[in-house]
Write a protein that binds this ligand. Structure first.
Ligand code: G3I
Length: 322
């Protein structure tokens, strides 16, 4: 079969995957499939703050450097994930804020330093950065986090300005889940993006994670949602697509799953400025889903033995027609 990345070549959409660096090192089939099928990669974990700065001032760039090097060797673009998040923060940071030894002024400096250091390190080698990740609740209110509590809502625009100063050419993204269609949460992002752009804040992309579950149905108004962000002059991207199901797997569920992958892909291919379609892992062998959602899984394009599911073929067909 023709590799997905070859099928994507004519579409203007990069086809990407999250990469698990342990699997990339240890599993030959995983490594070969990553190189053969994808022309964009995202670090599943190794660019997150807890990974790059496990103790204060002590950095571990090794696995992230390895990913960037591997991508270059295989002609793959790199999405950076993620600079500001409420999760996977290093222990020294959360503890320091909780016990009051790190106050608001110092925290702002720490955040600025984190963003500047990481973005500069990979300057020119990352085409899109998820600058702020998952900052809204489902109802469209800002998520309560140490960032909001200590710094107030302006941390969001600060983060974009700092990232832009560190790498002016990288496209800077907002990124979240449950924002595929038009709803309170995606509308909060739309309003935020509009306001920030009118103030000249360098926010250039809206990242839609795309963690779907077949038991919840396919989201409505996906094309309309992409279109409204693009009308603001922004890029869009699907950044973490997977489609889980309640186990056990059967043929009907796999067929439904295939239509969900295809539905998101078609929305991207048909949009004017949707630049990448990234799956959050391509084999069930390494998917995060079963560890978090009890009794659910089989969320990726290939099973645990790397056999292609109907969803794999559906993505290939969508790219070929795109
Ligand atoms: O670092 C330790 C490692 O030392 C240890 O050997 C291992 C044993 O299980 O655990 C490791 O940490 C785990 C880490 O993944 C690396 O494998 C954490 O426990 C685990 O919680 C962490 O999960 C990641 C999760 O983000 C954390 O929130 C998933 O792999 C990753 O797929 C997931 O990705 C997120 C996106 O970043 C943002 N959007 C949602 C998406 C799914 O939750």
């Amino acid at each position: 079969p023709v590799p997905l990345r070859a099928l994507a070549a004519g579409t203007g959409v990069r086809i990407g995957t999250a990469v698990d660096m342990a699997a990339l090192a240890d599993d030959t089939t995983y490594r070969r499939t990553t190189a053969r099928e994808f022309n964009s990669v995202t670090a599943e974990n190794v660019m997150k703050w807890e990974s790059v700065e496990p103790s204060r001032g002590t950095y571990d760039w090794q696995p992230a450097d390895d990913l960037v090097r591997s991508a270059r060797a295989h002609g793959q673009a790199v999405r950076g994930h993620t600079l500001v998040w409420h999760s996977q923060l290093p222990g020294w940071l959360t503890t320091g804020v909780a016990d009051g030894s790190i106050g608001a002024t110092e925290l702002r400096g720490i955040l600025r330093n984190h963003i500047t250091t990481e973005v500069k390190r990979y300057k020119g080698r990352i085409y899109q950065w998820d600058v702020v990740n998952e900052v809204f609740e489902e109802d469209g209110s800002l998520r309560n986090s140490i960032w909001l509590q200590q710094l107030g809502p302006s941390y969001i625009e600060d983060a974009f300005r700092w990232a832009h100063a560190a790498d002016p050419k990288a496209k800077l993204f907002l990124n979240d889940y449950n924002v595929e269609g038009i709803n309170a949460k995606s509308t909060a992002y739309y309003d935020l993006a509009k306001r920030l752009r009118s103030k000249g804040v360098p926010v250039q992309g809206f990242g839609i994670q795309g963690h779907l579950a077949i038991q919840y149905g396919f989201p409505g108004q996906v094309a309309e949602n992409l279109a409204r962000f693009e009308k603001l002059g922004m890029q869009t991207a699907f950044t973490e697509v997977d489609v889980r199901m309640i186990l056990p797997v059967d043929e009907e569920k796999l067929a439904t799953q295939a239509t969900y992958f295809r539905g998101l892909l078609d929305a991207c291919v048909q949009a004017r400025r949707c630049t990448s379609f990234t799956v959050w892992g391509f084999s069930d062998k390494y998917s995060w889903v079963p560890g978090v959602f009890d009794g659910q899984g089989a969320a990726t394009l290939m099973n645990e033995e790397f056999a292609r599911k109907p969803a794999f073929a559906a993505v290939g067909e969508g790219l070929a027609e795109g």
